[in-house]
Design a protein. Structure first.
Length: 479
């Protein structure tokens, strides 16, 4: 019998409006799914996957085919998207851990698709068990970029695998032999984007109940920014009682190794043979710090060789043990070496703050220039209008421009009663002039025109007819 204790914590984060993460933790199956595809699609995709897992492990099967269950979830998401076109493009990552019995011993099955991760904390060391299925991780593994470049690369969030995207999905699968006091962590990238591996390891080393550790991990991600939904499941192996022994021979564990660890493996095997112990107990003879130091030395040597041959074509290093998901599902039966450092380090927050500050400064300058331009235009424009019953000159535009209202500059002595009637409608609307002198010139012309009309009216002959005299007589007498 295997006894487990677990804790779960999930939060929307400080920026997102809804939580697209879903999870299940019932003692037999533990899974985290991080949805994608919009406000609604991502939430539906992750929940569909979790519902399929819950149904599969509640059907009474002794040990469901975990890879087949994940494929079933992939089909369910694709089918839903076909029925509802508005959900097209939705998908989800998944990291799933289940308990099963094989060859008269208990084992844990771990699968992942996407960038939700699975970790193991054992003996004071944190191991990242899963690989991130992102474009940047593929480039990192193939040697196209360095770890330092990976942390700031613009493609670091692009997934190369997810459920609900393609009918045929590649699934990574591990079989792990558990040990008492093991801690397993399943989490969405909302945690690993905010906390480093050492920070995660420090929380998992606190020897607190699993629920407390899960909540502390989520709280730490929120404290560091909380830029995404964050979900954590912490599973602790409390006790293992081997099941009844069968006639089968237990399968020998194999070590998952990176290409740079080949020499280290050979040295470990030599050391263990010398003291007559099994290779699975190698940690008793070589400490993790020694392994990390040797790996870092090898990385420095590799960089020096790359610099010396930078004009030559670089060979892509491939480990035959982990070349495909198919080989992983059948060959990987133990845990990887601890990572020397995290593959995707967070960018310094100062750089992001500086860029935001520069952007805001440029935006403020552009706005100030626009406001100044409008003010200059408004303050150097004039028009002739009416103030009460007199013709007047205003600064500004007729009717105003944005927040700049016309201001009275000069009020003339010319009244509206003296202006020719056909000018009144234009004066009421306002007659724009390019300058103050032009506006005064217009008033002078209107005044001259008014004077001419007045003098013409005053000099016209009287047409009054005397009593008893007809107009015809007056006309004849004038000759």
């Amino acid at each position: 019998m295997i006894s487990l204790s677990w804790g779960v914590a999930s939060d929307t984060g400080r920026i997102r409006k809804n939580n697209q993460d879903s999870y299940i933790a019932d003692g037999t199956v533990f899974a985290v799914a991080d949805g994608m595809g919009g406000h609604v699609g991502g939430e539906i995709a992750s929940k569909l996957a979790i519902d399929v897992f819950a149904e599969a492990f509640s059907e009474g099967e002794d040990s469901p085919n975990i890879v087949e269950v994940v494929r079933r979830a992939n089909s369910a998401i694709l089918s839903r998207a076909l029925k509802e076109p508005k959900l097209a493009g939705m998908g989800t990552t998944v990291c799933l851990l289940s308990v099963s019995e094989s060859d008269s011993k208990y084992q844990l099955n771990l699968v992942n698709v996407g960038d939700s991760r699975g970790y193991l904390f054992r003996g004071g060391e944190l191991y990242q068990l899963t690989d991130d299925h992102t474009l940047i991780s593929e480039m990192l593994r193939s040697g196209e970029i360095t770890r330092d470049q990976a942390g700031s690369h613009r493609a670091r969030h692009i997934l190369t695998r997810a459920l609900g995207v393609d009918p045929e999905v590649e699934i990574d699968h591990w079989k792990i032999e558990p040990k008492e006091e093991d801690l397993y962590l399943l989490c969405s990238d909302g945690l690993t984007n905010e906390l480093t591996d050492p920070e995660i390891g420090q929380i998992l080393s606190s020897h607190e109940p699993a629920q407390n550790m899960a909540q502390k991990l989520v709280d730490g991600a929120l404290t560091n920014g909380g830029s995404d939904n964050v979900t954590c499941i912490v599973v602790q192996v409390m006790n293992i009682t081997p099941p009844s022994q069968g006639i089968g021979v237990p399968e020998k564990s194999r070590i998952v190794e990176l290409p740079s660890q080949t020499k280290m493996r050979e040295r470990l095997q030599s050391a263990t043979r010398a003291v007559g112990t099994e290779s699975v107990e190698r940690e008793n003879f070589v400490t993790v710090s020694q392994i990390r130091k040797e790996l870092e030395d090898q990385a420095r040597e590799q960089r020096a060789r790359d610099n010396a041959n930078r004009y030559a074509s670089a060979a892509v290093r491939v480990n035959p043990v982990i070349t495909s998901a198919t080989s992983r599902s059948t060959e990987l039966t133990a845990i990887p070496m601890p990572l020397p450092r995290r593959a995707t380090a967070r960018r310094a927050r100062f750089g992001s703050f500086l860029r935001s500050l520069i952007f805001l400064l440029i935006l403020a300058i552009v706005i100030a220039i626009g406001v100044s331009a409008v003010g200059i235009y408004a303050n150097h424009s004039y028009f002739v209008g009416i103030d009460n019953s007199n013709v007047a000159i205003y600064r500004g535009r007729p009717g105003g421009l944005l927040w700049y209202n016309p201001t009275l500059v000069e009020k003339s002595k010319l009244s509206t009663g003296q202006v020719a009637p056909y000018h009144l409608s234009d004066l009421q609307k306002g007659i724009p002039e390019p300058s103050l002198s032009a506006a005064m010139g217009l008033i002078n012309r209107l005044t001259s025109e008014s004077n001419q009309i007045s003098s013409t009216t005053a000099s016209a002959p009287s047409t009054t007819v005397p009593n008893g005299v007809t107009p015809t007589t007056l006309a004849g007498g004038s000759g």
